[in-house]
Design a protein around this ligand. Structure first.
Ligand SMILES: Cc1cc2nc3c(=O)[nH]c(=O)nc-3n(C[C@H](O)[C@H](O)[C@H](O)COP(=O)(O)OP(=O)(O)OC[C@H]3O[C@@H](n4cnc5c(N)ncnc54)[C@H](O)[C@@H]3O)c2cc1C
Length: 558
């Protein structure tokens, strides 16, 4: 089934949600980027999605071979300048808004999630090096990561240090010449080794001598696969993981055996630098949910239009019709489209706030920080739900592999886990973001929604979220965390509903009445009529507190 990038949806969100014209982006450039990215994603990447899933990345000695077609596609990606879109101009980037770069990444994710992870990690590394790198690092490494010539990785996780990054043990010893020797084992390192490029730039968290325990003692190091003199650094890929999905993305165990590295930013300032990388990556993971949801929706729509099964309920003796005519299939398709649109609006909005923050707008910086856990967690939950609905629409053909619907579900499932699990995002929301700027970040978001929301269900959800926020702020830590996940979902649906309502109004005002506009507006109506009230119903769970969760030990649930 062919895939078409959703350029018209993207343009609508960029115009009316992000308001990209305010960010100085010329409309013709926006269109050119959207069309070019779509051509690349549809033409080069989408055809490799299935090959990547079946052939997979292969570990061979300490080398990793990518599936057929991936090396050429990566060359085309670099030649097309796709890594450079939103990268800083002083490092060779095009300096376009991150929100436009988000549309490019959505296309790559939708076409081939496993491929897209490689450029996604480089985007985070560019951010970290641009902000914290030394002049020499900015000269020797940054431009080559920006061009895509040398892709980058992000090395946090160790066997004993997953969500608890502060438990990491990898050591960094000064070598006496300004460099450091890095020793330790990192696991689950995405694109830690591959043959897409000669060099790979690893950004590695490690602990320097006498560093305090926990995150305060962590520093960030740049550790290249190839040293400046061309020799191979002391990094070995011991194995790659066998996974549920994203089979073409090599997930590596990397052994650092006294590898040469250089400090990025200040010693013991690693978490600050890493957060620059991670916040960016978190939004990009939210976009993975959007991309997969779009692809799964398109696949389900195509299948439902062709699969003939059963007479219509209104004419039981009549001829069998396409399943898209049956009410429950129609429900699933509408829900898939509505959730995809909502996740796109929320995630692009967060990128737009980062663009505004770059001009010195501190309120926008706080808004971006607040929206980040929502976009990451809810965006990826949407990816999984929509991909699962996609399987359901296909019936038995969804559960067997040949339609591709199952691959989307398998691929989507990692996104709620990495870049800080969705549970960690919910904790971030209630522990840090609710009180950001003395609570102003959250309160101003609610005020903006109140000023614009018209639909009475959206207004009711606004009331409920605001009351819950007050309750959670005054609650014990245990009660606050117990309510964090349902609260995150409610807040995400509220923001998405607010932005979709605005999108619907803009389409109406423009007098657009073609099939696309009617379809999108009815998906928005569905979001307001069905998804928003569901979120309202989560209020009871969000406010129930820890007593409900801890009444018995987990062993009693066995
Ligand atoms: C395919 C893949 C690619 C990856 N790529 C990278 C990469 O490139 N670089 C990298 O550094 N890492 C990478 N990771 C690692 C990933 O970020 C971690 O798996 C993730 O952070 C979770 O850590 P964990 O697996 O140890 O789970 P755990 O931390 O053990 O979590 C298990 C469960 O407990 C919950 N939990 C744990 N602590 C808390 C808490 N304090 N509060 C509430 N709930 C909690 C979690 O939400 C989760 O549900 C990758 C992982 C995979 C599978």
């Amino acid at each position: 089934m062919s895939f078409a990038c959703p350029t018209r949806d993207q343009r609508l969100v960029l115009d009316h949600v992000v308001r990209i014209a305010e960010l100085g982006a010329d409309g013709e450039i926006v269109d050119a980027v959207l069309e070019g990215a779509a051509a690349f994603a549809e033409g080069e990447l989408a055809p490799l999605n299935r090959i990547g899933d079946t052939v997979r990345a292969r570990h061979d000695g300490d080398a990793v071979r990518m599936p057929p077609g991936f090396v050429d596609a990566y060359r085309a990606f670099v030649a097309g300048g796709w890594q450079t879109v939103a990268a800083p101009q002083e490092a060779g980037g095009q300096g376009l808004p991150l929100a436009l770069g988000a549309a490019v990444m959505e296309d790559l994710n939708a076409a081939n999630l496993a491929f897209a992870l490689c450029p996604m990690l480089s985007i985070g590394a560019i951010e970290a090096l641009a902000r914290f790198g030394s002049d020499q690092q900015k000269r020797d490494y940054l431009p080559r990561i920006v061009s895509g010539e040398w892709p980058a990785t992000m090395n946090l996780t160790e066997p004993q240090a997953g969500s608890d990054v502060g438990a990491l043990k990898t050591r960094a010893e000064p070598a006496g010449d300004g460099s450091w020797r890095i020793t330790g084992t990192k696991i689950y390192i995405t694109y830690g080794e591959h043959d897409l490029a000669d060099n790979i730039i690893h950004l590695v968290l490690a602990r320097t001598p006498d560093a305090p325990a926990g995150t305060r003692g962590i520093s960030l190091f740049l550790v290249p696969k190839l040293l400046p003199d061309g020799r191979r650094n002391a990094i070995v890929c011991a194995s790659i993981e066998h996974k549920l999905g994203i089979h073409a993305s090599p997930t590596c165990v990397l052994n650092y055996d006294g590898a040469t590295g250089w400090l990025v930013g200040e010693e013991r300032g690693g978490m600050r630098a890493m957060f620059a990388m991670m916040n960016n990556a978190r939004l990009n993971v939210g976009l993975q949910g959007v991309g997969i949801a779009e692809r799964a929706t398109q696949r389900a729509l195509a299948f439902a239009a062709e699969r003939i099964q059963g007479a219509p309920a209104t004419d039981p003796a009549g001829a069998a019709v396409a399943i898209a005519e049956h009410a429950d299939v129609r429900r699933m398709l509408l829900r898939m489209r509505a959730l995809t649109m909502g996740a796109r609006a929320l995630t692009y909005a967060a990128f737009g706030e980062i663009d505004r923050a770059a001009t010195g707008d501190t309120a926008a910086a706080d808004r971006a920080a607040l929206l980040t856990p929502l976009a990451k967690a809810w965006g990826t939950d949407v990816g999984c739900e929509v991909a699962s609905l996609g399987v359901q629409v296909h019936g038995g053909m969804g559960y067997v592999e040949e339609t591709g619907a199952a691959q989307h579900l398998r691929d989507a499932r990692i996104a709620p886990i990495y870049e800080g699990t969705n549970g960690i995002q919910a904790a971030d929301l209630v522990q840090r973001k609710l009180s950001l700027g003395n609570g102003d970040a959250f309160d101003s978001l609610i005020a903006d929604i109140r000023a614009e929301a018209e639909d009475e269900r959206l207004v009711a959800l606004t009331d409920s979220v605001e009351i819950l926020a007050a309750t959670l702020r005054n609650a014990t830590v245990e009660d606050r965390l117990a309510g964090s996940y349902p609260f995150l979902t409610m807040t995400s649906v509220l923001v998405a509903g607010w932005l979709l309502e605005r999108l619907g109004r803009a389409m109406e005002a423009a007098g657009e009445a073609d099939e696309f506009s009617r379809g999108r507006r009815s998906a928005i109506d569905y979001f307001l009529a069905a998804v928003v009230p569901e979120a309202l119903g989560l209020g009871a769970a969000a406010g129930a507190g820890a007593e409900l969760l801890y009444r018995v030990p987990a062993s009693a649930l066995a």
